[in-house]
Design a protein around this ligand. Sequence first.
Ligand SMILES: Nc1nc2c(ncn2[C@@H]2O[C@H](COP(=O)(O)OP(=O)(O)OP(=O)(O)O)[C@@H](O)[C@H]2O)c(=O)[nH]1
Ligand SMILES: [Mg+2]
Length: 248
Amino acid sequence: MDAKMRLGECFHELRALRGAYIVIRVDGRSFSRLTERTCEKPFDTGFHHKMTDAAKAVLTSLHGSYAHTQSDEISILLPHETDVFDREVEKLVSIAASSATASLSLALSAPVEFDARLWLGARRGDVVDYFRWRQADAARSALNNWCYWTLRKEGKSVKEATHAMLGLSVAGKNELLFSRGINFNDVPAWQRRGSGVYWETIAKVGRNPRTGESVPATRRRLRVDDDLPMKEAYGKFVRQFLKEQAEA
Ligand SMILES: Nc1nc2c(ncn2[C@@H]2O[C@H](COP(=O)(O)OP(=O)(O)OP(=O)(O)O)[C@@H](O)[C@H]2O)c(=O)[nH]1
Ligand SMILES: [Mg+2]
């Protein structure tokens, strides 16, 4: 009976190919509606902090090496040789989604949901491209959100604001903001580029339990970086999390 029933768990054997780089991305479900009711527009610092806390929770749970968060999504890079959950796809995506869900639901005191997907890259350059892609997405949507909410705050309806932005180039959107006293380049970097979360090692003084002597020690902790570099410099930055990993 047990063996027969387990045959129905036909996706359970699915594993992320060894040698491939794994990035898992979680994304909030229907967060347009959630943020419409509860967040400042276009960006809410408190919500962002709760997202970076959720990124810390997933990074810790999956023993990841780097996370990037923007808007309602978090991408988590796992170490190249990771053996976490034996690389089982179902385990990885469900734990990533539930870890983010638990963290943010508690922080907001409201039930939220995240979906999750798994991305595989063959080589280091693919991972660099992946994170540059998500950063470019952050920049694109930040510019759109700033324009949209600036128009809405002027009293335009959803339809009017959407219509006013139709066909506007990136330069045109920058101009729209500039003519209203907003320099998009001065908007906080975390809004335009997202934030990074990664481990750092700090020195601390430990105590030898036998002798009571002070001894130098180190401790790992997660750091949130709200001022990420961009473009090629960001690519170089991401490579530091792939450094010790052998090229496939
Ligand atoms: N006001 C506000 N909105 C935010 C903030 N961060 C994210 N959002 C919104 O969250 C939404 C995320 O976009 P999507 O993931 O494409 O939309 P969604 O409604 O979550 O849809 P699904 O992911 O398909 O379920 C966008 O509408 C963003 O504007 C914030 O700090 N403030
Ligand atoms: Mg979403």
